[in-house]
Design a protein around this ligand. Structure first.
Ligand SMILES: Cc1cc2nc3c(=O)[nH]c(=O)nc-3n(C[C@H](O)[C@H](O)[C@H](O)COP(=O)(O)OP(=O)(O)OC[C@H]3O[C@@H](n4cnc5c(N)ncnc54)[C@H](O)[C@@H]3O)c2cc1C
Length: 593
């Protein structure tokens, strides 16, 4: 099993050269984010991820979690690792200074998160959910709640969860039945939630649950859902955890992957009702959840990139060690990395990983620009871009992670199927990414409906215009970049054609977005990544032209070229598929299946 070495150089390259950290550091509130500080933060995070989280990943997967008299027992070393994580301030890296966070740009939080997810995705889900809960409190809680909870959570002393899902309410949150009844200043919550990640554990002294529930007499459907903060222990006046609230984990799911993260069935209000505090307004719970959705989806897209990186590193290590056959040009038996098909797989993995990183970091940078823009117009422009990109980051990066983790197993041959190498774990762990935080199908519906149709194609036209300008600039390049330019032009034309065909036909065919949305989303992901990698190649070439002998730069150009020649051409086929429309998918009656 290979160790995890964070790809700090590539991360730093994307941050500096592609998404322009320098301009983010000029935004109000981010003045402290100097390049030196960010470089130091990434270096320290890399050490922590490699030395503390990563060594627990495989043993954690083998040990899993279990429940003992209502308490969840985590794998050996997890509590200590999480405590170290908290003590080092990693939970608060991008969080408000007012409550003890470090106030660094979201982009920096995203890059450090990539490392936690690569090193140990199951453990890192705990800080991910805590981050989401912190955000919910920052945006929707009263000052009193903020004072009581934020500093503890930002310090990593207490963790957070998201409680949405119920047996009959997965994608369809309108079906939520968990009840809330007003009781003085608070509410009494009762009902059952399923699939709650890190819903119970002993890593910290308290857990803060964000629970969607329905008030008695609330309107039916999503307009009757409210959001509540429900602590495991109700804080005392001095802020310490007090009496145990009426909630518990009643069982843990047995899962395909992420074995070391407890996925809990939670029961609220078996006795007097769990005490909960309203977040935002009554019946506006879904809107509160939506305000956090962008970051949560971006984080899961980042998990896709992270698992790609880990699977790639593992595959490279194996391919350099495993001896089989005599590769062309070798006189003795050689390591498999010399076989062209193995090289194809490794390049595919490498190109998809680096592509996903550019896409996810771009979205993270746009998040910073939208939240810290100086004018309303700027804010709206960046928000339009981020809204358009988010379903693609979540959908494309997590779908590609399936392909990359699959190839990781394939590179290992039979040993990939055997658990001891670790390649199988990455494939099992990756599998959840296209499902939680909205399945790929739901991301595609969001893209085609709310992000493309609703504004009559404004946001996507702005993007296509920008890509068209870039295409002109790219066509003036020579050498290896000229080869990239040729493929990019064709892929962009395919995206342009698919977009205008969709806009022309979507209103008449209400099934269209659902039927071809995933294909369109993958097409868009390919083209945006093709753009970002081509820009990476140009940036790398500048270093080469300036006399740099660092191999990183020519390798960047070669990886971008591989992407342009071997992954980007899928765009043309996807455009044809999009334009085939919904007819074939919907042509056979449901009862025939
Ligand atoms: C390991 C794990 C951890 C999780 N962690 C959490 C957590 O911490 N908190 C939490 O609240 N939930 C959590 N979940 C739940 C997760 O978010 C849901 O499983 C997910 O949203 C899908 O819901 P579902 O499983 O009910 O599938 P369903 O909604 O039943 O979907 C089944 C299929 O139908 C499709 N589908 C459903 N509705 C539509 C539609 N309207 N249009 C088109 N296609 C549709 C879906 O895309 C999917 O392919 C977790 C789940 C797992 C497995």
């Amino acid at each position: 099993m290979s160790e995890y070495i964070a790809p700090v150089k590539d991360m730093q390259f994307v941050i500096d050269e592609l998404v322009d950290l320098e301009s983010i550091a000029k935004l109000d509130g981010y003045e402290d984010a100097t390049p030196d500080l960010i470089a130091a933060v990434l270096e320290q995070a890399a050490v922590f991820a490699g030395e503390v989280f990563a060594p627990l990943n495989h043993p954690g997967d083998e040990q899993g979690t279990h429940i003992d008299s209502g308490s969840v027992v985590s794998p050996a070393g997890y509590a200590e690792a999480f405590q170290q994580f908290a003590e080092n301030g990693w939970q608060g890296i991008g969080k408000s200074v007012e409550y003890g966070g470090q106030g660094l740009p979201y982009l920096v939080h995203a890059a450090t998160s990539e490392m936690w997810y690569s090193a140990n995705m199951a453990l890192a889900l705990c800080p991910l959910l805590t981050s989401g809960a912190i955000e919910a409190i920052e945006m929707h809680a009263t000052d009193e709640i903020k004072q009581c909870y934020l500093a503890k959570m930002i310090a990593g002393e207490w963790t957070g969860t998201m409680n949405l899902t119920e047996p009959q309410a997965g994608t369809d949150l309108a079906a939520i039945r968990t009840r809330a009844e007003r009781d003085g200043d608070a509410y009494r919550i009762s009902g059952q939630k399923i699939f709650i990640t890190w819903g119970e554990h002993e890593l910290t002294s308290n857990i803060v649950h964000m629970v969607l529930a329905r008030l008695v007499n609330a309107p039916a459907g999503v307009k009757g859902i409210s959001l509540f903060l429900v602590p495991k222990y109700i804080p005392n006046e001095d802020g310490s955890p007090g009496v145990r609230n009426d909630l518990k984990a009643i069982s843990l799911e047995k899962k395909m992957g992420i074995h070391s993260s407890p996925t809990c069935v939670m029961s609220y209000g078996d006795n007097e009702g769990a005490i909960g505090y309203l977040m935002g307004e009554e019946n506006k719970g879904l809107a509160c959840m939506f305000t956090m959705m962008n970051n949560a989806r971006l984080e899961v897209g980042m998990q896709g990139v992270a698992i790609c990186e880990r699977a790639y590193q593992q595959a490279v290590t194996f391919a350099k060690q495993r001896v089989q056959g005599i590769a062309r040009g070798h006189s003795e038996r050689s390591t498999i990395i010399h076989h062209p098909d193995v090289r194809r797989m490794l390049m595919q993995m490498r190109a998809a990983t680096e592509a996903g990183r550019t896409l996810a970091y771009l979205a993270a940078a746009e998040t910073d620009r939208a939240s810290h823009a100086q004018s309303g117009e700027d804010r709206q422009r960046h928000q339009r871009r981020i809204d358009l990109l988010i379903p693609v980051v979540k959908g494309w990066c997590t779908e590609m992670s399936q392909e990359v983790a699959y190839l990781g197993v394939q590179v290992h041959g039979g040993m990939g199927f055997i658990e001891e190498t670790g390649a199988a774990q990455y494939m099992r762990d990756a599998r959840i990414l296209t499902i939680y935080e909205g399945t790929t199908g739901i991301q595609a519906l969001d893209l085609m409906g709310r992000k493309i149709l609703r504004d009559k194609g404004q946001a996507i036209s702005e993007l296509i215009d920008e890509l068209t300008d870039f295409d002109r600039e790219l066509s003036r390049q020579d050498g290896e970049i000229a080869a990239i330019a040729k493929r990019f032009s064709t892929a962009l034309a395919a995206m342009r054609e698919a977009t205008s065909w969709y806009l022309q036909n979507a209103v008449e065919d209400p099934d269209l977005g659902g039927a071809v949305g995933v294909d369109f989303m993958m097409l868009m992901g390919n083209v945006v990544c093709g753009w970002l990698l081509a820009r990476s190649a140009i940036a790398a070439k500048k270093h080469m032209d300036a006399g740099s002998s660092d191999k990183f730069y020519p390798n960047k150009v070669k990886t971008a070229r591989y992407f342009a020649e071997h992954i980007l051409p899928r765009s043309e086929a996807l455009s044809i598929v999009v334009q085939a429309g919904s007819a074939s998918s919907m042509s056979i009656d449901a009862d025939i299946f």
